[in-house]
Each structure stands twice: as C-alpha cells, then as structure tokens.
Design a protein around this ligand. Structure first.
Ligand code: AMP
Length: 220
C-alpha cells in the first residue's frame, strides 16, 4: 500500500483523558489494529507470564515499565501482518527514548508515524474522572460511574464479567502517573510537532465532539 494511505497513528494524552473510548471509535471507523501497551501488560499479568510478573511491580505503583521491556513488546507486535496498513498506538511511546526507538523501527520498515493525536485536559478534572472509572478485567472495556455507566451496575455490557477498579486508579498512584506524564510523556508532543504530524484536541468536550476533531485531523 502507498505510504500516504497508511494510518500510523499515536493517540496520546494524560491518563483518563479518554484514550480508550476514542481508540474504540478510531478502530471502528478506520479498521486499524489497536495496540495498547497497558492492555498488553495487563493481559501478561493475568496470564502470569514472566513479562507480567516483571511489569506488575511497576504498574501497581503507577510507575513506567522500563523502556527496553516495553520497546521489545511493541516491536514484536508491529511486525505482525495486521499492522501493515496502519495501526493505532495507545499508551506508547511514553518517553522520548521510546519515541526515538519507534521512529527507528518504522524507518527500518520504510514507514513513519503519519498522525499524532494529543488529547489535552486539566489535571483536576482528570483526577475526579479517575475515581469514577471502572474497567472489565476480562475484555478491557472501560466505564465511568457518572458519564458512561454499564447497563447493569457492576457488570460489563460486552462480556458479563464483574467490573473492577484498577489498582493504579487510586489517588496516590494517579498522582504519580500524572507527574510521569508531564515530565516524561508530554515532551513527545514537541518531538512529533517538529515532524509536522501533531494535532492538539480538547479532551474535555463531549465524546462525539472529541471524535469529530480526531476525524478531521486524520482526514486532513
Ligand atoms: P495504561 O493502561 O496505558 O494507563 O497503562 C497502565 C500502566 O502500564 C502504566 O501506568 C505503566 O505502568 C504501564 N505502561 C503502559 N504503557 C507503557 C509504556 N509505553 N512505557 C512504560 N510503561 C507503560
């Protein structure tokens, strides 16, 4: 496929800015595989693989998993056939070394990132959102006790599993994650702005308006 038609997307933004919800919409419309490093780590933890055991101590404390572990995981995933026409990266890259490793990896494949969508939101609003977040441990669906309630309280609409609050959604771990986003991840926006592929979007609009801004950015 012509490189211009590839949609090699990074979706970034602070934790709880709505990346999961917008990812579902992007995947539904543009049919690119959703690659969430957070989901991949949680699956490894649930399966008790060596990667999961290693990652869990960092994740439960709200800290980033070391770059070499994370980069290896993404490299393996991007080399799979379903990523040939494009992909949606959610939660990766999260540090400048990860962004540089990603650029180098794609360059080896004769490809590049075509769009970086930056969801922007205020820390205070995000903190109040996070305490209301519940997730499905089985299929990864995300709910909010105020704005996106499941049809039956405490039960996943998609698969019927009991919803949980993530261990890293406590106030202490969330503060660590917000700080780590500001220090380590936000500079990535500048890295991609210089490449001319960055779009900034107000994440505090309603879900439909955020998605409509994303569509404009991807189709521009
Ligand atoms: P998320 O679901 O994207 O918020 O990820 C949950 C947790 O997984 C993060 O708080 C990190 O501990 C870890 N994680 C996910 N993606 C990365 C990454 N790209 N680099 C390092 N750690 C990550």
């Amino acid at each position: 496929m012509n490189e211009k038609k590839e949609l090699n997307i990074i979706l970034m933004g602070p934790p709880a800015a709505g990346k999961g919800t917008q990812s579902e919409r992007i995947v539904g419309k543009y049919h690119v595989p959703h690659i969430s490093t957070g989901d991949m780590f949680r699956a490894a933890i649930a399966a008790k693989t060596p990667l999961g055991v290693k990652a869990s101590e960092y994740i439960n404390a709200g800290k980033l998993v070391p770059d070499e572990v994370t980069i290896g995981l993404v490299e393996e995933r991007l080399s799979q056939d379903d990523c040939k026409k494009g992909f949606l990266l959610d939660g990766f890259p999260r540090t400048i070394p990860q962004a540089e490793a990603l650029d180098a990896l794609l360059a080896k494949m004769g490809r590049r990132i075509t769009h970086v969508i930056l969801l922007e939101a205020d820390d205070k609003v995000l903190t109040s959102r996070i305490v209301a977040r519940r997730v499905c441990p089985k299929c990864g669906a995300s709910y909010n006790l105020e704005t996106k309630k499941p049809k039956v309280e405490g039960v996943c609409d998609n698969c019927g599993s009991t919803l949980i609050q993530r261990k890293d959604d406590t106030a202490e771990a969330f503060k660590v994650r917000l700080d780590s986003y500001a220090k380590q991840t936000y500079p990535i926006a500048e890295h991609y702005r210089k490449q001319g592929v960055l779009s900034r979007i107000d994440a505090l609009q309603d879900i439909g308006s955020v998605f409509s801004d994303i569509e404009k950015a991807l189709e521009a």
